[in-house]
Design a protein around this ligand. Sequence first.
Ligand SMILES: Cc1cc2nc3c(=O)[nH]c(=O)nc-3n(C[C@H](O)[C@H](O)[C@H](O)COP(=O)(O)OP(=O)(O)OC[C@H]3O[C@@H](n4cnc5c(N)ncnc54)[C@H](O)[C@@H]3O)c2cc1C
Length: 388
Amino acid sequence: MNNTITNKSLDANSTVFDVGIVGGGLAGLSLSILLAKKKYKVVLFEKEKYPFHRVCGEYISLESWKFIENLGLNLSGLNLPIIKKLIVSSSNGKWINADLDMGGFGISRFFIDNELKKIAIENGVNVLEETKVNDVVFNDEQFVIKYKSESVACTIVAACFGKRSNLDVKWSRDFIKKKPGKLNNYIGVKYHIKAPVPIDTIALHNFKNGYCGISKVEGDKYCLCYLTTAQNLKSSNSIKEMEQNILYENPFLKKIFTEAEFIFKEPVTISQISFERKALVENHVLMLGDAAGMITPLCGNGMSMALHSSKIASACIEQYLNKKITRLEMENQYQRQWKNNFGKRLKAGRTIQKLFGKEIATNIFISFLKPFPFLVNKIVKATHGKEF
Ligand SMILES: Cc1cc2nc3c(=O)[nH]c(=O)nc-3n(C[C@H](O)[C@H](O)[C@H](O)COP(=O)(O)OP(=O)(O)OC[C@H]3O[C@@H](n4cnc5c(N)ncnc54)[C@H](O)[C@@H]3O)c2cc1C
């Protein structure tokens, strides 16, 4: 069944939507499915066209497995790699490994986002692809979402627009106003590769001012994704040159970059990544996923937080739409629950981020941890949650 409606039919149909969702990544798609299953009228705006690649390490903590299956995606039938081991190396080639308590699974965003989009449409969500939202205005207990030269009215709006969006700039959010610094000037680079790497292991290879994750996804592909400072790129003429000059210093990375088959001609990239704190509600709009705050990628838990935040938000929204709580109570409840679930994790993530990528600190850290693999497990645990 294809329920996707065109912008024209949405405009002609002047109904008020219960919920408007800006951004169709994991937070937005899962929220739309949860609410549509409860028979609310939902419209979701995504500026890109599915399926598409995006920068992400594509390792999802197993805490999300059941939640994703409940949305309607049969993960068990997809023969996905289950990842239960971790190897961490420093730029001087020293390494440690550990078993992961919870572990994760590998799946590409190209695949999972598109599958969730199909499930959203099957459940009656109005998915508007290639439709960028230009503004959201709140007036008289109602929102107007503006896109292209059109607009639509919604009772509630959820911002699921990721790390950095045109709306962050338009709304002059606090983290946008910060000067480039330690927490807000990173770039991300991703490739899909074919390489002889163990399928049950996620590798985290450090280099000067950055780290690179490698783990298997569906089919015979691996995701290779790294985060580094904008400064690292500035000091080279190109991504390729930066990889050769800086990433290759780690012998593990040199081997992979020179021996693996790279499936993309060019990598997928993003810039201006910020780990600064963000507001959870902006002018009555609920912020979800990375739009609410980003955990450092080395924790491998941003996708689970995005999914989990949609579960929290959908329960709050439902209570408001059923007139059990006021708008203000809904906003406060959402913020409280978000902080309870993710506050500690983000703090742990920021602390670990400070250590990783700093050459000397990482080298010492890895040598120190080598005899105590259970400590590695403990650190990973601090950045993960429970099944939800
Ligand atoms: C280098 C790197 C590696 C990572 N690796 C991992 C990992 O291995 N495991 C993990 O769990 N997490 C990882 N993460 C984090 C993870 O990618 C994010 O936490 C997750 O994607 C957040 O989902 P989201 O739905 O909030 O945002 P996104 O998935 O970014 O989706 C936001 C969507 O909003 C759309 N959008 C933006 N503005 C507008 C607009 N105005 N109108 C319409 N649409 C709009 C965008 O096109 C996008 O599709 C990594 C992050 C980085 C940077």
